[in-house]
Design a binder for this molecule. Structure first.
Ligand code: NAD
Ligand code: UFG
Length: 340
C-alpha cells in the first residue's frame, strides 16, 4: 500500500519511513529539502535495503502537488510531517510559519478531496497545551493560548482538521501530539541533522560532547521542580515512528472511533535538564561541560504526557529507556564526526 510521507527526509519522517518499509508499506516521500538532506535516502536504504521514491518540491505549490496526485492515483494515506519547527524563528518570522505550516495542510486536504484519499495523520505537538497546570496532560486537557506562532500553527491545524472531519464523514484523520522526540536509529544510519546551531537540548548535548560546541547552556535552574531545571517528556524517535504505523493501521482498517482523533505520544515520565546531562554522562563516560544561564523566553516549566489513552486505544507504548535513547543520539553524533 502506497503512503505519501511529506517531510519524509526530515528527522521524524525518515525514521517513520524505515518503520513503514519494515511493515510492508510503500512510502513515497515529498520534501523540498528546506531542512533536510537528500543523503538521508542513502541512510534509509542502508537500513531497509530499499530506497524510497522521492520527489523534491514544496507542498505549498499546489500545481506541483496536483501533478503529483495525478500521477499517483494509488496513494491510500498521507502522513504529514512537513512543516517548519523552530520555535524562536517563528517568533521572528511568523508569516513564514503560518504560510508554510498551514498552506501545506490546506493544499493536502483539498487534494485529498479531489483525489479521493481518505486518511491523514498530522504531526502535532504537546506545545498545544501551552503553559499547562494539569500534569500529566491528557488529550482532554485544555488547549491554552499558544506560546509562539509555531505553536499556534499546530493549534490552528488541529482546528482545521477537526472542522473538516465534522463536515466530511468519509474523511479520516488523526493528530499525534508528540512530546520531545530524541535519539536516532540504532544503526546510526539516520538521525537528527540540525542545520546550524541546534535549538534542541539533545543535539546540543551531543555536539558539546563531541567538541563542536564549547558548553551547554542550561536555561534556568530556578523553576519549581525538584532540581530547579525544566522538565520534559523525552521519547525515542524510533518509538515515535512506530506509533505512526499503528495510527495508520487504525485509519486504514477503520478501527478509529471518530473521524478526527487526537493522541498524546510520550513516555509519561518527566525528566529534568540536569537528569538529561546525567544520562548523557552515564552513556558516554564523559563529564559534559555546562553552565546555568537565564531561562529561555517562552519555555514552559514542566510538561509530561498522560499516556493511558494512547496505550489503551492504540496499544502503543514507548519501549526504549532514556539511556538507550541518548546512547543512539551519541552513536549518531560520533558517526557524523567520523564522516567529516
Ligand atoms: P524536520 O525539519 O526534520 O522535518 C520536516 C521536513 O519537512 C524537512 O525535511 C523539511 O525539508 C520538510 N518541509 C518543510 N516544509 C516543507 C514544504 N512546504 N514542502 C515540502 N517539504 C517541506 O522536522 P521533524 O523534527 O522531523 O518534525 C516533523 C514534524 O513533527 C513537524 O511538523 C514538526 O512541527 C512536528 N513536531 C516535531 C517535534 C520535534 O521536537 N522534532 C515536536 C513536536 C512536533
Ligand atoms: N534546553 C537547555 N539548553 C539548550 C536547549 C534546551 O537548557 O541549549 C532546555 C530547554 O530550556 C527545555 C529543555 O531543554 O527546558 C528542552 O528544550 P528543547 O528545545 O529540546 O525542547 P522544547 O520542549 O523547548 O521544544 C520541543 C520542540 C518544539 C515543540 C515543543 C513542544 O523543539 O518544536 O517541544 O512539543 F513545540
Amino acid at each position: 500500500m502506497k503512503v505519501l510521507v511529506t517531510g519524509g527526509t526530515g528527522y521524524i519522517g525518515s525514521h517513520t519511513v524505515v518503520e513503514l518499509i519494515e511493515q510492508g508499506y510503500e512510502p513515497v516521500i515529498i520534501d523540498n529539502l528546506s531542512n533536510s538532506k537528500i543523503k538521508v535516502l542513502d541512510g534509509i536504504k542502508a537500513i531497509s535495503d530499499i530506497k524510497p521514491r522521492f520527489e523534491k518540491f514544496d507542498i505549498c505549490d499546489i500545481e506541483s502537488l496536483d501533478k503529483f496526485f495525478e500521477n499517483n492515483r494509488d496513494i491510500k494515506a498521507i502522513i504529514h510531517f512537513a512543516a517548519f519547527k523552530a520555535v524562536g524563528e517563528s517568533v521572528e518570522k511568523p508569516l513564514l510559519y503560518y504560510y508554510n505550516n498551514l498552506v501545506s495542510l490546506m493544499n493536502l486536504l483539498r487534494a485529498m478531496k479531489k483525489y479521493n484519499i481518505a486518511n491523514i495523520i498530522f504531526s502535532s505537538s504537546c506545545t498545544v497545551y501551552g503553559d499547562t497546570e494539569e500534569l500529566p496532560v491528557t488529550e482532554n486537557s485544555p488547549v491554552l493560548p499558544a506560546q509562539s506562532p509555531y505553536g499556534n500553527t499546530k493549534q490552528i491545524a488541529e482546528e482545521i482538521l477537526s472542522d473538516h472531519a465534522a463536515s466530511h464523514k468519509d474523511f479520516n484523520s488523526i493528530s499525534l501530539r508528540y512530546f520531545n522526540p530524541i535519539g536516532a536509529h540504532p544503526s546510526a544510519h539516520i538521525g537528527e541533522l540540525p542545520i546550524g546551531e541546534p535549538e534542541n537540548l539533545v543535539p546540543y548535548i551531543t555536539q558539546t560532547g563531541i567538541g563542536i560546541r564549547k558548553e551547554l547552556q542550561v536555561f534556568g535552574n530556578n523553576y519549581n521542580t525538584p532540581d530547579g531545571t525544566a522538565i520534559r517528556d523525552y521519547l525515542h524517535v524510533v518509538d515515535l515512528a512506530k506509533a505512526h504505523v499503528v495510527a495508520l493501521k487504525r485509519l486504514i482498517d477503520r478501527s478509529n472511533k471518530r473521524n478526527y482523533e487526537v493522541f498524546n505520544l510520550g513516555t509519561g515520565k518527566g525528566v529534568s535538564v540536569l537528569e538529561m546531562i546525567e544520562s548523557f554522562n552515564r552513556v558516554s563516560g564523559l563529564s559534559l561541560n555546562y553552565k546555568i544561564v537565564d531561562r529561555r523566553p517562552g519555555d514552559v516549566e514542566k510538561i509530561w504526557a498522560d499516556t493511558s489513552y494512547s496505550a489503551k486505544e492504540l496499544r502503543w507504548e514507548t519501549e526504549s529507556s532514556l539511556d538507550e535513547a541518548i546512547k543512539t543520539a551519541w552513536d549518531w553524533e560520533k558517526r557524523l564526526a567520523k564522516e567529516k
